[in-house]
Design a protein around this ligand. Structure first.
Ligand code: NDP
Length: 246
C-alpha cells in the first residue's frame, strides 16, 4: 500500500470516475473525503465501501458552482481527516452546444464548475499541503483536439484552461515539493458519456483500441500519480484515451 497515512479529497466522488478514484486511493491506504452535488445515496455508498477497507471516509455536499461551498469542502475535509495531502479536482459537467446556440447560463456553468472550482479548491488546499503533496486535475482528451459536429467548443475550452492552470501551478508549487498534473481521460463509460449512448459508436471508432475505457483505467493511473513513485512527474498533461488522439 503506497498511500498509508495520506489524506485525500476527491471532488465529484459519488459516481463515475470520481467514485472509482476515491475507492482506489483508499485501497492503497488513504483516508478519503468525497464531494457530491445531488447524489447523496450514491455518495454514502462510496463512503461505506471505503470504510469497509478500514479507512476513514466522509461525504460532503457541495455545489462546485458555489465558491463558498468549494472552500468549505476543503476545510471540512481537513477537519474530518486531520489534514490534506492529495486533492483530486474531478467534478465536471458536460454541456454540448454550438457557439452560436449555447446559452450564456450553460457557458457560465461550464466555467464555474470545470474551471473556477478547481482553482478555488486548489487555493484553499495549498496552505494545507506539505512536501510530497499532490494536486491532480481531471481534464479531457478534448483539450488536445476538438472533433467537429458535437458542440464541444466551450467544454473543450474549459479543459484546455485546466491544462494551462496545471502547468502554471506546477511551477508555483514545485519549490514546495508539491506536484500538479492533469489527467486527460478519453471516452470512459460513465453516466456522462455512456458507451451505449448516442455518441458511443463514433467515439469508440476514434480510439486505437476500438473501445471505451473504464473508470478503473483512470483511477489506477491517478493512484500512481498520487504515490511517491510519481514524485518527478509534474506540470504534465497525461492522456489516457485508448489512442483516440494518436
Ligand atoms: P459523471 O457525470 O458520471 O459524474 C460526475 C460527478 O461530478 C458526480 O459525482 C457529480 O455529483 C459531480 N458533480 C457534477 N456537477 C457537480 C457540481 N456542480 N458540484 C459538485 N459535484 C458535481 O462524470 P464522469 O465520471 O464521466 O466525469 C468525471 C470527470 O472526468 C469530469 O471532470 C469530466 O469532465 C471528465 N471526463 C470524463 C470523460 C468521460 O468520457 N466520462 C472524458 C473526459 C473527461 P452528483 O452525483 O451529486 O451529481
Amino acid at each position: 500500500m503506497s498511500l498509508i497515512g495520506k489524506r485525500a479529497l476527491v471532488t465529484g466522488g459519488s459516481r463515475g470516475i470520481g467514485a472509482a478514484i476515491a475507492k482506489a486511493l483508499a485501497a492503497e491506504g488513504a483516508d478519503v473525503a468525497i464531494t457530491y452535488e445531488k447524489s447523496e445515496t450514491a455518495a454514502n455508498e462510496v463512503v461505506k465501501a471505503i470504510e469497509a477497507l478500514g479507512r476513514k471516509a466522509t461525504a460532503i455536499q457541495a455545489d462546485n458552482a458555489d465558491v463558498a461551498a468549494v472552500q468549505a469542502s476543503v476545510e471540512k475535509t481537513v477537519a474530518k481527516l486531520g489534514g490534506l495531502d492529495i486533492l483530486v479536482n474531478n467534478a465536471g459537467i458536460l454541456k454540448l452546444g454550438t457557439v452560436k446556440d449555447i446559452s450564456l447560463d450553460d457557458i457560465d456553468a461550464l466555467l464555474q464548475v470545470n474551471v473556477r472550482a478547481p482553482i478555488v479548491a486548489s487555493k484553499s488546499a495549498i496552505p494545507h499541503l506539505g512536501k510530497g503533496g499532490r494536486i491532480i486535475n481531471i481534464g479531457s482528451f478534448f483539450a488536445d483536439r476538438v472533433p467537429g459536429g458535437a458542440g464541444l467548443p466551450i467544454y473543450a475550452m474549459t479543459k484546455s484552461a485546466l491544462t494551462a492552470f496545471t502547468q502554471g501551478l506546477a511551477r508555483e508549487l514545485g519549490p514546495n515539493d508539491i506536484t500538479v498534473n492533469v489527467v486527460q481521460p478519453g471516452s470512459i463509460d460513465t453516466d456522462m458519456n455512456q458507451a451505449a449512448g448516442p455518441f458511443g459508436e463514433i467515439l469508440s471508432s476514434l480510439t486505437a483500441l476500438g473501445r471505451y475505457g473504464t473508470v478503473d483505467d483512470i483511477a489506477s493511473f491517478v493512484t500512481f500519480l498520487a504515490s511517491s513513485k510519481a514524485q518527478y512527474i509534474t506540470g504534465a498533461a497525461l492522456t489516457v484515451d485508448g489512442g483516440a488522439n494518436a
